[in-house]
Design a protein around this ligand. Structure first.
Ligand SMILES: [Fe+2]
Ligand SMILES: [Fe+2]
Length: 339
């Protein structure tokens, strides 16, 4: 019997961050829920090539009004830039700071999913023949889109440095706040709300291919948000820390102001069944839901659910032929729950 080189590790020694346990050992799990997220994520699998876009090309060219084309193009422009940011945040800023492999493994899947989302938008942009130079630069030249992207970039840059020491309590709080911003606001509110204008078109039988693509993306994003919330709660508990209410208030206010400006631009003219005010009200309603999930104070007490169809619309519907064959393979439909 050879002499052991290293002593076995104790799973209880794992930590969300700042852990000292060997990170190359998956199980026994300290965070079995993280592994469950990984398994669950793998049940929502698709590629954008599997969803027909031919009718969308026709809709875009012949059926959408100018206001609807404006909304649709800007939603795509915003989302595609956002998903690159989401990928960089998880892959470059967050994953390296996690100190348990079961957390990193889900996040590795998340990085892939953000890349897949970027591919999906690119597929929509290509299918519709949109000008790539123009649409990919929109976040740089349109102030109301830039506002949201710049806010996210500022958050990301604070924690992106690999020498960002999380043993320092102020840094740890900054990291938790940044994680909160990305999981709860960026993914949990802005993405969730960001798909809505396209779902509003889908409800009227328009742009159904793109909407279906977004439904798949939204399933991923709901999991990303739920996972992030779980990590934040666990992190705060382990570290005996609370998020500063004042800092949270500023974050919500900044996020709302950016969302309001964005809505006023993309919906400068209302479209049938949807307008800027509904968009903002829905943001406030979703924000409250997310706050409750994290266990912090609701930022917008009394906000109403002005789009009661959203949660339902966002769920994948299986009646389409395409899904008939796929759902048995991937269990996309009933296996995931919302929120
Ligand atoms: Fe994404
Ligand atoms: Fe995401």
């Amino acid at each position: 019997m050879p002499r052991p080189v290293l002593a076995p590790i104790n799973a209880a020694d794992k930590r969300i961050v700042n852990g000292k346990a060997d990170i190359n050992q998956l199980a026994p799990f300290k965070y079995p829920w993280a592994w469950e997220f990984f398994l669950k994520a793998n049940r929502n699998h698709w590629t954008p090539l599997e969803i027909g876009m031919a009718q969308d090309v026709h809709d875009y060219q012949h059926k959408l009004s100018a206001a609807e084309r404006h909304v649709f193009g800007n939603v795509l422009a915003y989302l595609t830039t956002s998903d690159i940011l989401a990928m960089r945040n998880i892959g470059l800023a967050v994953m390296e700071k996690m100190s348990a492999p079961e957390l990193q493994i889900y996040q590795a899947r998340q990085v892939y999913e953000e890349a897949l989302h970027t591919w999906t938008y690119q597929h929509c942009i290509e299918s519709l023949g949109l000008d790539q130079q123009e649409i990919y630069n929109r976040y740089r030249v349109v102030p109301e889109i830039h506002g949201k992207i710049a806010l996210a970039n500022r958050r990301l840059e604070k924690v992106l440095r690999s020498d960002f020491d999380l043993e320092n309590r102020a840094n740890l709080h900054e990291f938790a706040l940044s994680y909160f911003f990305f999981a709860v606001i960026f993914e949990g509110c802005w993405f969730y709300n960001g798909f809505t204008p396209v779902f509003a078109l889908q409800r009227r039988g328009l742009m159904k291919g793109a909407a279906e693509q977004l439904q798949y993306i939204m399933r991923d994003e709901v999991l990303h948000c739920a996972f992030g919330i779980r990590v934040i709660r666990e992190l705060l508990r382990e570290e005996g820390m609370e998020l500063d209410p004042q800092a949270l208030r500023e974050l919500w206010d900044e996020a709302e102001a950016a969302e309001r400006a964005y809505a006023s631009y993309i919906l400068r003219e209302p479209i049938l069944g949807y307008n800027a005010e509904l968009h903002v009200q829905q943001f406030r309603f979703i924000a409250n839901r997310r706050a409750r999930q994290v266990g912090v104070e609701e930022p917008f007490p009394g906000a109403e659910n002005v789009l009661p169809w959203l949660d339902e619309q966002a769920n994948l519907r299986k009646e389409k032929n395409f899904f008939e064959t796929r759902v048995t393979e991937y269990q996309t439909g009933g296996a995931l729950t919302w929120d």
